[in-house]
Design a protein. Structure first.
Length: 330
């Protein structure tokens, strides 16, 4: 047995003991749990353009994943302190080409995003105000470094972690893993002649391939954030076999990413985690906080063989080091 396999086995044993003594669903999170709080467009719902989530390590480190359009900028009262911002790829619904002014504007299927954040992005605005690190892979760090510097920030706060490498920030180990999607930067994020040339040609600037992330928290919990992706061999060989992810945030939106059936295959046959949080459904998946029957999200829930958690905006879900849900569980 490899060193990593032995470590994973010990961690799963310890996590199992914690789970057997764990908190009942709906109870307050234990001191050693990782807290996950979705930040969507409508309170208590899982809506069409919801992407953003905040992960809080037991040591207090807070990580914002794909701020997108549903965080009301750096002054959004739901954000709190942010130490790290992750960006899976440069599409506007993930990096934030515009954003909500406040929650609950418009409807769950068609949220209102009246505040334009171009050319900086919602991501950069948040990182600047919070003095957070932007951690990305591929060729994205140089892009964000230039944006930070242009806005009077420190370009060194844009940090690189490429496939197979690891970066520790605030006691959380971060690495990137491959995603199969596109990652062009829209000319609307750029200025000067290059922006005009690209716009006229109908293309975007390249910043390398998109990424997913694997986070290892201080309590031992390993989380895979899929980003926008199709099915990849690395989900089995890297995310499962090497890192041993126990909690997965999985895109299920179809057309642009894996659909619910494909995503269920990834969960059941490639990753085999302890739990999964649905993401990027591209639909108003809930009404009154209840999952809509006939939705993509409901189909995904019915197909996966592990507990699936619906990311209701503002509702915190907590997980122990083994991926067991201890609070805010469905």
């Amino acid at each position: 047995m490899s060193k990593q396999s032995k470590s994973g086995a010990l961690k799963r044993l310890a996590g199992g003991l914690c789970l057997s003594l764990g908190l009942a669903s709906g109870a307050s999170a234990a001191e050693g749990d990782v807290k996950v709080t979705p930040l969507g467009s409508h309170d208590g719902e899982f809506c069409a353009l919801d992407r953003a989530m905040v992960f809080e390590d037991p040591n207090g480190t807070r990580i914002l994943y794909d701020a997108g359009r549903t965080v009301a900028g750096p002054d959004d009262p739901r954000l709190g302190n942010i130490d790290v911002v992750l960006v899976s790829h440069m599409h506007g619904d993930h990096v934030g080409d515009r954003r909500i002014k406040e929650t609950n504007a418009g409807n769950c299927g068609g949220p209102e995003f009246p505040v334009v954040t171009l050319p900086q992005s919602n991501t950069v605005d948040i990182a600047l105000k919070k003095q957070a690190k932007i951690v990305t892979g591929s060729e994205m760090p140089a892009f964000f470094a230039a944006k930070l510097e242009a806005a009077g920030g420190d370009p060194a706060n844009s940090m690189l972690v490429r496939f197979g490498g690891e970066l520790e920030v605030g006691g959380v180990a971060i690495t990137t893993v491959p995603a199969v999607h596109s990652n062009g930067v829209s000319p609307s994020f750029l200025t000067g002649p290059l922006a005009e040339y690209l716009k006229a040609a109908g293309v975007g600037a390249s910043v390398g391939p998109p990424t997913g992330y694997v986070l290892t928290f201080s309590n031992g919990l390993v989380v895979y954030l899929s980003g926008d992706t199709g099915i990849t061999a690395e989900q089995k060989l890297v995310v499962n076999d090497h890192y041993g992810a126990e909690l997965v945030v999985m895109n299920i939106g179809d057309t642009y990413t894996t659909g619910p059936k494909e995503a269920a295959y990834v969960i059941n046959d490639l990753l085999d985690p302890k739990a999964v949080i649905a993401s990027h459904a591209n639909e108003p998946a809930t009404s009154g906080g209840e999952l809509k029957q006939g939705s993509r999200t409901a189909l995904f829930r019915d197909l996966v063989k592990v507990p699936m958690h619906v990311p209701l905006s503002g509702r915190t879900i907590a997980f122990n080091g083994d991926g067991g849900c201890t609070a805010g569980c469905d």
